[in-house]
Design a binder for this molecule. Structure first.
Ligand code: 2M8
Length: 472
């Protein structure tokens, strides 16, 4: 995984005209600076005033190009709120954010009162988790520090030593509590736990719920977006909140949730990210001199994950499918999550070929209506596709980053480069949006979204043709 080529931080421009990319880097830097809360970064200026788990991992990847110590602190702050079980919470709530800025906030979750495993004192957290991008971020920070001063290298070594056991316990949590079947696939018990909240992937299990009374509740989120059509519907929110009630009723206890909860889904995207994160963790384990048994365990986790994903393959879609444990069937929806095996890596040639064929097909990048050839979160050919609604169609820069990074890892350099340039074009033209209408390219959701700025910095710092590779 190591060995990707980055330029020194003074020369963020490379493939794009130098001035334009330097300007974009400055703007991205400015977004992160403005969202900086001193030790952590809020996900967006107003819509998301707290620290989100996978956002922070991507943010650390971007910050690594600006200040590796600051990037390390981003992850350390998040992991300071890790639960006793190893779970890294999906939100760490900002104590200073006014209650009317985000719902459901810490009072609604009341995690400390609900679970003995939760951090007992504020800042409080939510009871869910999100995809485990963190080890990938931690490794990126260490790699970036290698291009810095001796002090920076020493600091990064000590950061890596400190974070390694925490990352190991996080991954162990996902592979035990969240996969008691030892299938290699992570179970989620709330759509928010997938990071792709209102993706049509969750429609069938959500529709099957018998929703009880959730009482009146505010939709603060709607104040911060151009139109309610960009956010989940009230019917979806009723279901989200009902699931939160049930999780609290179960005392946030993983075993009770597994026994009683009506929404239990094997999530292929989270599972694939876990495989990739385990690959990074294995490198970290080597760097910090972790015991052989731990390294063998991590390698076994990777193999288990890849095998689990192989079992989710759908030949008709040419991609893979999530699995609804309660209904006992796969969820047949065409979304970007179907490309999970690409992220997990270690693919047979034939499987890689089939995935790329689907990626290029009219169901995704080859769709003629796209403003930019970037993967829509849901295929425009899926009946549930909606171009402006959150995870039901728009393109997401962080998703583009995941595919770019994965394409590089499987050796698809040209495709990766094409994706990187196109994704940067989109941001240069439209700004650091949370997501974009795939047909018109319009910026949707929040402007100045931190993880978007962060992935832009990582792209801008990447050198697709390092000098040593060029013919003299
Ligand atoms: C979105 O999720 C939050 C709930 O966690 C929300 O809609 O209020 C998702 O896009 C999620 O993946 C992301 O981490 C979060 C903050 O950017 O926003």
């Amino acid at each position: 995984m190591r060995g990707h080529d980055y330029r020194g931080r003074d020369s963020l421009s490379h493939s794009a005209p130098r001035e334009a990319s330097a300007k974009l880097a400055l703007k991205a830097n400015d977004v992160l600076r403005r969202n900086d809360m001193g030790g952590w970064t809020k996900a967006a200026p107003e819509l998301y005033p707290h620290q989100w788990s996978w956002d922070s991992a991507f943010i650390a990847i971007g910050l690594a190009h600006l200040d590796t110590r600051c990037a390390a602190r981003e992850l350390e702050t998040l992991f300071a709120h890790q639960w006793k079980t190893g779970k890294v919470p999906h939100i760490v709530f900002n104590e200073e954010a006014p209650p009317e800025s985000y719902f459901p906030g810490p009072e609604h979750w009341a995690c400390a009162a609900t679970s003995p495993d939760a951090p007992p004192a504020p800042p409080y957290t939510s009871c869910l988790s999100q995809p485990p991008v963190h080890a990938i971020g931690a490794l990126r920070i260490w790699e970036a520090a290698q291009r810095g001063s001796e002090d920076e290298i020493l600091a990064a070594n000590s950061f890596l030593k400190g974070i390694y056991p925490r990352l190991l316990s996080w991954h162990r949590y996902l592979l035990t509590y969240r996969d008691p079947e030892r299938s290699g696939l992570v179970t989620i018990y709330h759509p928010w736990g997938s990071g792709t909240d209102n993706s049509p992937r969750w429609d069938a299990p959500l529709e099957a719920l018998e929703v009880g009374d959730v009482g009146p509740y505010p939709r603060h989120d709607l104040q911060h977006v151009g139109s309610p059509s960009q956010r989940p519907t009230n019917a979806e929110y009723d279901r989200y909140l009902w699931l939160v009630n049930l999780i609290k009723r179960a005392g946030c206890d993983e075993a009770t949730i597994y026994e009683t909860h009506p929404f239990l889904v094997k999530d292929v995207l989270t599972s694939a990210i876990l495989v990739a994160a385990n690959e990074a963790l294995l490198e970290i384990a080597d760097l910090v001199g972790a015991p052989e048994e731990e390294q063998a365990l991590i390698a076994e986790w990777m193999a288990r994950g890849r095998q689990g994903l192989e079992g989710c393959w759908d030949a008709e879609f040419g991609s893979c499918l999530d699995y609804d444990l309660r209904a006992g069937r796969p969820l047949r929806v065409r979304t970007v999550a179907g490309f999970a095996p690409l992220i997990a890596g270690g693919l047979r040639r034939e499987r890689l070929g089939a995935l790329l064929e689907t990626f290029d097909s009219t169901a995704f990048l080859g769709h003629r209506g796209l403003r930019w050839p970037l993967p829509p979160s849901t295929s425009p050919e899926d009946p549930r596709f909606k171009p402006r609604s959150y995870w039901r169609g728009p393109t997401w820069p962080v998703v583009n980053w995941l595919f770019w990074w994965s394409l590089l890892r499987v050796g698809e350099h040209e495709r990766a480069e094409e994706l990187r340039r196109t994704a940067l074009d989109q941001l240069a033209v439209r700004g650091f949006g949370e997501y974009f209408d795939p047909f018109t390219g319009q910026l949707l959701g929040s402007a100045n979204q931190s993880w978007t700025a962060a992935v832009a910095l990582d792209w801008l710092a990447y050198d697709p043709a390092p000098e040593e590779n060029l013919p003299s």
